[in-house]
Design a protein around this ligand. Structure first.
Ligand SMILES: Cc1cc2nc3c(=O)[nH]c(=O)nc-3n(C[C@H](O)[C@H](O)[C@H](O)COP(=O)(O)OP(=O)(O)OC[C@H]3O[C@@H](n4cnc5c(N)ncnc54)[C@H](O)[C@@H]3O)c2cc1C
Ligand code: SF4
Ligand code: SF4
Length: 666
């Protein structure tokens, strides 16, 4: 064993506190350490080169790098040592920046001692390390995309255009997501439908894309390269292949209900398409409101009039199984429900509406044909108050985050309102203006100069007085309370994760953040990958995003998928559990705790023992922790390695008692 240890200064980040020279002197004295040195930036090209040259020159077999966090540069260094001929699992990285110089910045002596101690512990572990080889699994060249908003559409098109098959699952009857509901889009004010619908049509026509609308993913099993997915197609009660989209059925349907696409501000029939440009243009019967229930048949008007005989009241949910190599989650967002915004009179007064309601009211294809009318009496509002950050940036409500898009779309709303009602008055209550995208600041400045009054302050109350809404707030710039009488109040509610995101995350075994948005591995370095290999993120499912950012991230996710699919096999980390058949008693405790269902109990002759499927195992170590016989170990983190590491850490402080040593039967 010929160990090389490299200690990084990280500029002054480490060397400003930790005495790296003392660290090098102490470590150089240890058994098997053939070479120990320090360097200003080990992650730089010359830094990596130094490591590689020393490996070759001194025939080093095991390497330790004491530097920053392994999550930042673990891969950089393991690739560097591998390129120089050392198995990357005979390499250890010790974090002496976050764990030493940063946390003990006021005590350099302690930081230095701790750095030495941590390197010693790593060395103890390394003595028991074995070379490991990555696991290869076959890769199905097909991708599942969940969510058919602009993010899912862009991902699907990018992958399909590269020649790979895509299954796109959208839970509502049409593609389009929220973007389909928008009127014009900031900052260019182009018509949302005009840029979106051609893409929707392209998806539906693409030979490589299998579109499942009005469908949901019910089950996901397997791992990167080999996911087995069950999709449930909900019954439309209309046969898609026969429906010509003529709409004859709509004229005769007697049931009128609020149209959710128009935010309930317009109406639709029980048989409907969400909006005229829907893709696919196939009608759906909303069976909850249809009169033709199983118990009481009193209406079959649509069935009778439908020329192509497309109506089928006996349609049932249908399950489809598919196999894919990778999955992209693009399930988007919702707005905070009105019940959570009672202080603004939301849900109580018809003339307190949300930003999406406003989008529908100003949309040429909306319920009022693009003429802005307030919901209570249909009058054109002569004044509007916009309230930003309704429920966002609110730590007291558990939502400290910024919803990111509201400053911009409120500016857009104010501008469009001024176009529709040139003599109308507009007030915008805001906390800060965040307009950091390309041409965004210019857009907001243009709106501010267009007769829109921006008031910096929070609104405390909204109530009705006769025909008017009254908004009470504070102008923090002048320090005065403000009372504005207005015809319409428009809230910009917090952006929250889409319904069912938590359940989907559980099904896919990927984490969500504290607010329920899907989490990436690393926000800067691996922003579209999840901790489950082969599962990627796109769009507002990850955090609030505007369309440009959504589309850019969707293409990033597609490129990650394409780089995966460009290989015939997927490569998996070999840090997986393995069983010592001789010791294992086959009790099944490990099988019960394994969150990934990677363990089965098998019988051979008369012996029962646990068997791990390496392609499924994620190396979490639950099995290893519960096994009373120490029969199951995770490669790279065995009892032997971990105990040696812990004992080395304790060595300086305590005499390791005999009992402790025996505890893990080393
Ligand atoms: C009022 C308002 C105005 C806006 N104006 C602008 C603007 O002018 N310019 C701009 O750049 N941005 C604007 N935005 C932001 C824009 O809406 C988003 O950037 C964009 O919609 C994000 O796209 P997405 O595909 O990630 O999510 P979404 O549009 O939410 O699409 C997600 C899709 O996934 C589906 N889905 C959800 N869960 C599942 C599931 N479990 N299975 C299958 N399907 C599922 C949903 O039905 C939906 O179709 C605005 C937003 C609001 C609220
Ligand atoms: S059967 Fe249902 S969907 Fe068809 S016309 Fe009657 S109410 Fe409408
Ligand atoms: S390490 Fe985790 S995933 Fe692997 S077999 Fe053990 S419990 Fe299951």
């Amino acid at each position: 064993m010929r160990i090389g240890v490299f200690v990084c200064h990280c500029g002054r980040n480490i060397a400003g506190i930790v005495d790296v020279k003392t660290v090098v002197d102490e470590i150089a004295k240890l058994k098997d350490v053939v070479f120990c040195t320090d360097y200003i930036y080990l992650c730089s090209e010359p830094g990596q080169k130094t490591i590689q040259e020393k490996i070759k020159e001194l025939n080093l077999t095991h390497i330790i790098v004491a530097a920053c966090s392994p999550s930042l540069h673990g891969i950089t260094f393991s690739r560097a040592v591998e390129a120089a001929g050392v198995n990357p699992y005979l390499f250890e990285m010790v974090n002496i920046r976050e764990q030493c110089s940063w946390v003990h910045s006021h005590n350099p002596e302690l930081a230095t001692k701790k750095a030495i101690s941590l390197i010693k512990a790593s060395l103890a572990k390394l003595r028991y390390s074995q070379p490991l080889t990555p696991i290869k699994v076959p890769l199905i060249q097909k991708v599942l995309v969940i969510g058919g908003g602009i993010a899912g559409i862009r991902v699907a098109l990018d992958i399909a255009q590269a020649g790979f098959e895509v299954c796109l699952v959208e839970k509502s009857p049409s593609l389009g997501g929220r973007m389909a509901q928008l009127s014009e889009t900031f900052p260019t004010l182009d018509c949302s439908s005009c840029i979106l619908t051609p893409l929707m049509v392209e998806v539906a026509r693409h030979k490589k894309i299998h579109l499942f609308t009005y469908a949901e993913v019910k089950k996901v099993e397997g791992i990167i390269g080999n996911f087995k997915v069950t999709i449930e197609k909900k019954p439309r009660y209309v046969i898609p292949e026969k429906c010509t989209g003529c709409g004859d059925c709509v004229d005769v349907c007697p049931v009128v209900v609020p149209n959710e696409f128009d935010q309930g501000l317009g109406a639709r029939k029980a048989i409907y398409v969400p909006f005229p440009q829907a893709v696919p243009l196939v009608y759906t019967i909303d069976f909850e409101n249809c009169l033709n229930t199983e118990k009481l048949i009193i209406c079959e008007q649509c069935f009778k009039i439908c020329g192509p005989k497309a109506i089928d009241f006996l349609m049932r949910p249908e399950e489809i199984q598919i196999e894919v190599g990778a999955i992209v989650v693009a399930t988007g967002y919702e707005l905070l429900p009105l019940e959570a915004l009672k202080e603004y009179g939301a849900g109580e007064y018809e003339d307190v509406i949300t930003s999406l309601d406003f989008e529908r009211l100003i949309s040429a294809s909306g319920p009022t044909g693009g003429i802005l009318r307030r919901p209570s009496d249909g009058r054109i509002p002569k004044s509007v108050v916009f309230i930003q950050c309704a429920g966002s940036r609110s730590p007291e409500q558990g939502r400290p985050y910024c919803s990111k898009i509201c400053c911009m779309y409120t500016a857009k709303h104010a501008l469009i309102y001024k176009h529709l009602v040139p003599d109308g008055e507009v007030y915008v209550f805001y906390i800060d203006i965040r307009a950091a995208g390309k041409r965004y600041e210019e857009f907001v400045q243009r709106v501010m100069g267009d007769g829109v009054l921006y008031l910096r302050g929070k609104v405390s109350k909204v109530f009705r007085h006769n025909e008017k809404m009254v908004v009470l707030g504070v102008d923090t710039l002048s320090g005065k309370t403000v009372e504005v009488e207005t015809d319409l109040v428009v809230l910009a509610p917090a952006i929250i994760p889409s319904k069912g995101a938590q359940e989907l995350a559980k099904m896919l075994k990927i984490p969500v953040d504290e607010f329920g948005f899907f989490s990436e591995i690393h926000p800067k370095l691996r922003p579209v990958e999840t901790t489950s290999p082969g599962i990627y993120l796109a769009g507002a499912a990850q955090s609030p995003k505007d369309i440009s950012e959504t589309v850019a991230q969707a293409s990033a996710a597609a490129s990650k998928v394409l780089s995966l699919l460009s290989q015939k096999e997927a490569t998996l980390e070999p840090i997986v559990a393995y069983v010592d058949k001789e010791i294992c008693k086959g009790c099944g405790l490990c099988r019960r705790v394994c969150p990934f269902k990677a363990i089965t109990i098998v019988r051979e002759d008369k012996k029962r023992y646990a068997k791990v499927e390496p392609a499924i195992c994620q190396g979490c170590g639950c099995c290893m922790a519960i096994c009373e016989e120490n029969a199951i170990n995770v490669a790279g983190f065995t009892y032997q390695q971990l105990s040696a590491q812990v004992r080395a850490l304790l060595e300086d402080k305590y005499e390791v008692s005999k009992k402790t040593a025996e505890f893990r039967k080393i």
